[in-house]
Design a protein around this ligand. Structure first.
Ligand SMILES: NC(=O)c1ccc[n+]([C@@H]2O[C@H](COP(=O)([O-])OP(=O)(O)OC[C@H]3O[C@@H](n4cnc5c(N)ncnc54)[C@H](O)[C@@H]3O)[C@@H](O)[C@H]2O)c1
Length: 303
């Protein structure tokens, strides 16, 4: 397949941005990265590697390929230099509308005029960012998941004026990385699979916060139901994403609907305030690095 882009830039190399950069390098793209924290990329790559090893997950890109991928990735201290000469920029900065609008405004000014601008946002339709960029016809949502853990899927959605050829390039780029594009035909909050996942999160958080069930039973049932006893259920998954990230995403849905049922529960906020953010702080719903759901007897009995 012909490459839809030659050189790509990733802005924000935390949990997702670092994975996207690695995927792109693995597929043979020249990759530039920029993060406002200069050590973010290296630290995240190290963290992803040790997390995957601790969880004994076979990574989507074999560990012995990571160094070669990293050599394809150039790190920059200034965003202007990072986006110079690229034909795709994907941002993966934190889930905050004002921040992303500001990044799109900046990219609109400094990226080459023909470059496509994509957001990895989990919940913000690109229609809310496109205007800031000054090039709405070249903007789209490309929402990746934890590809290195085997979730090699990505939602693809256009904004109000995205050109068909830009959608096609986005879809082909996702495919060229070895991911399955999930194309959204008209704007939908939550995109394709993320909307399904979101419905699950809202329900299980409600059940936990109101003390209807023990969260472990939800995870046990999920693991049995999906036939994936080696993968966590919704609560373990939320720990992996980061409970602060989950909270911010839920707030985007709430602000959109203003429906109190969409507001993330207070109990989740309390966990975040007490530093229980999930895997990254060693404690969320479960404790890490040896979460209960990976222990042999987890599926033997309910609570
Ligand atoms: N964590 C997940 O599982 C997940 C899954 C899919 C999509 N996403 C989405 O991806 C995006 C990033 O999430 P994440 O979990 O990787 O966040 P993260 O906090 O791990 O990483 C964000 C990175 O952006 C950097 N940053 C902040 N402001 C910046 C700026 N102005 N310019 C450059 N870099 C900046 C930070 O230093 C950090 O390294 C969010 O929109 C999130 O909704 C996250």
């Amino acid at each position: 397949m012909a490459k839809p882009f030659q050189r790509v830039a990733v802005v924000g190399t935390g949990t997702l941005g670092a994975q996207i950069a690695l995927l792109a390098a693995n597929a043979g793209y020249s990759v530039n990265v920029f993060d406002q924290q200069p050590k973010a990329f290296d630290q995240m790559i190290q963290k992803l590697q040790s997390d995957l090893k601790a969880k004994q997950v076979a990574p989507f890109i074999a560990f012995d390929q990571w160094d070669a991928c990293k050599r394809q990735i150039q790190q920059f201290e200034k965003i202007d230099a990072a986006v110079k000469g690229v034909d795709l920029v994907i941002e993966a900065v934190p889930e905050n509308l004002e921040l992303k609008q500001e990044v799109f405004r900046q990219l609109g000014e400094i990226a080459p005029p023909e470059a496509v601008l994509a957001t990895n946002s989990s919940s913000i339709p690109v229609s809310r960012l496109e205007k800031s960029s000054g090039r709405p016809e070249r903007c789209l949502n490309l929402h990746f998941y934890m590809a290195l853990q085997g979730m090699n899927i990505a939602d693809v959605m256009g904004g109000t004026r995205t050109l068909p050829e830009v959608m096609e390039k986005g879809i082909n780029w996702v495919r060229s990385l070895g991911c399955i594009p999930l194309t959204v035909k008209k704007e939908l909050l939550g995109f394709c699979f993320n909307r399904v996942w979101r419905a699950v999160k809202r329900e299980v958080l409600y059940m936990w916060a109101n003390d209807f069930v023990d969260f472990r039973d939800v995870d046990r049932a999920w693991m049995k139901f999906t036939g994936r006893e080696d993968r966590p259920g919704p609560f373990g998954l939320m720990d992996n994403v980061g409970l602060d990230v989950i909270y911010d995403i839920e707030m985007v849905y709430y602000r959109n609907s203003k429906d109190p049922k969409d507001h993330p529960p207070e109990a989740l906020k309390q966990k975040i305030e007490s530093g229980e953010l999930g895997v990254k702080t060693g404690r969320g719903f479960y404790s890490y690095p040896d979460p209960e759901y990976l222990q042999d007897d987890f599926l033997k009995a309910g609570n």
